[in-house]
Design a protein around this ligand. Structure first.
Ligand code: XIL
Length: 369
C-alpha cells in the first residue's frame, strides 16, 4: 500500500504513540524504571471488579509498560505485625512474588509510619526503651523477610508536618527525632542491598516541608547513618500542582545532598466528573512531574499509585475527586498517558539548556538520546 506523503508523516508520528509503553520510554530517557503500585486482589480499593482482573493483570505484568512495582498496602505495619510479635507477610508476598516473576524492580513500602499502624503500637504507653525495641524488632523481621528483594525501602514515611516540624506520632512523641535515626540505622544493618528512603507528600516544591526533608537527610548524614533517597510521593491535583521549575528546583536541592530521588506515588486527581479541560490540565501536570524527573540527574524513576482508576485510593479519601491515574475504568488511556510519554521523549520546558549544562559537568549521557 502506498501512502500520500502527509499520511505517511501522520502514521510515523502516531505509530510510536499507538504502541507507547511507559517503562520503555523511561529507560530510553535514562531512568531506571517507570512503575505502578498495586494491591493484592483482596486489598484492592474497589471490590466487585473481579471481571476486570485478567485485563488488569496483563497490563501490570508488562515490563515495557511497568518495570517496577510497589505493594500499595501489604507491607504496612497494620498487615505485617497486627499483633505484637505476630508477623504476617501474606499480602505483601503476593505483590513481591509477582514482581519477581515479571522481572520488575520492587520498591518496598513502608516500615515506620504513623498511619495504617497496628493499634497495639499506637495505643500503647511505651517507655523509650520499649518503643525502641518494638521498632528494631519490626524492622528486623519485615526487612529481614524481604531481604534481597527490595530495590528500595521507604524506611520512614510522612514524619513531617506542612511547616517542616515533626508530626506528633507515637514514634516522635516517645523518642523525638531519634526514631528516625533508629529506623535508618536498623534498616542499614538488616538489608545492606536496599536503598533507604525518606518518603513524604508535598515535597514537590521548595518550602518549609522540603526544608524539613533536607534536615532529615542532613541529620542522618551527620550521624553517619545511611540514607540513599528522598521519595516524593507526588499526590497532586490537576488544578494546583507545582510548576516544572519548582519541581526541578526541589529535586536539585535533594540531589545536592548526595541522595537519589524518586516520584514514589504519583497521581493527579481531578474533580469528578472529568471533562476535556480537567484531562488537559491533568496531562500537563503529569508531563511536568515526569519531565522534572527526566531532567534531574538524581531522579531515578517514577511510580504511579496504581494505574487503573477503579483501584485508586483517591475517591475514598478525597470525596468528589478521582480519575487520578492513567487508565480509565474501561481501560482506555488518559491523555496524561501520552503526556508522560512526551515528557520522556521530547525536549520540554528548559530541558535543552539543562542538558547542556549537565554535558559540561560530564554528569550524564542519559539525557542525550
Ligand atoms: C493508601 C492506599 O492507597 C490505600 O489503599 C489505603 O487505604 C491508604 O493508604 N501515602 C502513602 C501510601 O504513603 O501508603 C498511601 O496509600 C497514600 C498516601
Amino acid at each position: 500500500m502506498r501512502f500520500h506523503p502527509v499520511v505517511s508523516v501522520l502514521v510515523a508520528i502516531s505509530a510510536p504513540l499507538a504502541t507507547a509503553q511507559l517503562n520503555s520510554y523511561a529507560k530510553k530517557a535514562g531512568l531506571k524504571y517507570f512503575g505502578a503500585a498495586t494491591d493484592s486482589p483482596g486489598q484492592r480499593e474497589r471490590a466487585g471488579l473481579e471481571a476486570a482482573y485478567p485485563q488488569y493483570d496483563a497490563i501490570i505484568r508488562g515490563t515495557s509498560e511497568f518495570g517496577q512495582t510497589t505493594p500499595t498496602n501489604g507491607q504496612k505495619w497494620l498487615f505485617t505485625e497486627p499483633e505484637r510479635g505476630v508477623f504476617n507477610f501474606t499480602e505483601g508476598d503476593i505483590v513481591a512474588s509477582r514482581a519477581a516473576e515479571n522481572g520488575q524492580l520492587l520498591r518496598c513500602h513502608t516500615l515506620v509510619w504513623h498511619s495504617q499502624l497496628a493499634p497495639w503500637v499506637e495505643e500503647g504507653y511505651w517507655t523509650p526503651e520499649e518503643l525502641r525495641a518494638i521498632i528494631v524488632e519490626h524492622i528486623t523481621q519485615v526487612m529481614g523477610h524481604y531481604k534481597g528483594q527490595c530495590y528500595a525501602w521507604d524506611v520512614v514515611n510522612e514524619a513531617l508536618n506542612e511547616d517542616g516540624t515533626y508530626r506528633e506520632s507515637v514514634f516522635y512523641n516517645v523518642l523525638g527525632e531519634d526514631f528516625v535515626k533508629l529506623a535508618f540505622s536498623t534498616a542499614a544493618e538488616i538489608d545492606p542491598s536496599a536503598k533507604l528512603y525518606y518518603n513524604d507528600y508535598n515535597l514537590e516544591s521548595p518550602g518549609a516541608k522540603s526544608e524539613g526533608a533536607i534536615r532529615i537527610v542532613k541529620l542522618l548524614k551527620e550521624a553517619e547513618i545511611r540514607i540513599d533517597g528522598v521519595g516524593m510521593q507526588a499526590h497532586l491535583t490537576a488544578s494546583g500542582a507545582p510548576t516544572l521549575d519548582q519541581q526541578i528546583a526541589v529535586m536539585e536541592s535533594y540531589g545536592a545532598l548526595g541522595v537519589e530521588i524518586a516520584l514514589t506515588e504519583l497521581d493527579v486527581r481531578v474533580e469528578m466528573p472529568t471533562n476535556e479541560t480537567s484531562m488537559a490540565w491533568q496531562a500537563e501536570v503529569y508531563k511536568n512531574s515526569v519531565s522534572a524527573c527526566v531532567q534531574v540527574s538524581a531522579c531515578v524513576g517514577v511510580t504511579i499509585w496504581d494505574f487503573y482508576d477503579p483501584f485508586s485510593w483517591v475517591p475514598a479519601v478525597f470525596p468528589g475527586e478521582g480519575a487520578a491515574l492513567l487508565w480509565f475504568d474501561d481501560f482506555t488511556k488518559h491523555p496524561a498517558y501520552y503526556a508522560a510519554i512526551e515528557a520522556m521523549t521530547k525536549k520540554t520546558g528548559n530541558y535543552t539548556c539543562r542538558s547542556k549544562r549537565r554535558v559540561t559537568e560530564n554528569k550524564r549521557s542519559r539525557r542525550l538520546y
